[in-house]
Ligand binder design. Sequence first.
Ligand code: NI
Length: 129
Amino acid sequence: MDVVSLERGFGSFSEHWSPRVAAGLNGQEVKLAKLLGEFVWHHHEAEDELFLVHKGVLRMRYRDRRGDASSEREVVVRAGEFVVVPRGVEHRPCADQEVEVVLFEPASTLNTGNVRDERTVERPARLRG
Ligand code: NI
């Protein structure tokens, strides 16, 4: 029942694409993440993902599951705005400059979804402080 400060939370780490677990509830987790650059295209078979932008401008790119470039589209999410990426939808978060996001998703959700690469975080660290 402690208060969680986003300012303090985001101030406690600097790594990009390395989510920190801030809280858990009802099988879901609230994670804080810093993004910079382009992430890997991926989808989550069974989980919807919420991205709430705390700082910066997130470009969320979408495309169809075949990876057809002509199907690509993008939404821009600014501080104070959020987007829900539905399960099964191929997406790629992009941050031209550093973005701070609050993620809300099932605890089992892997950051890279169906893909495993060097940015896959199997067990996100707990936020400290
Ligand atoms: Ni995702």
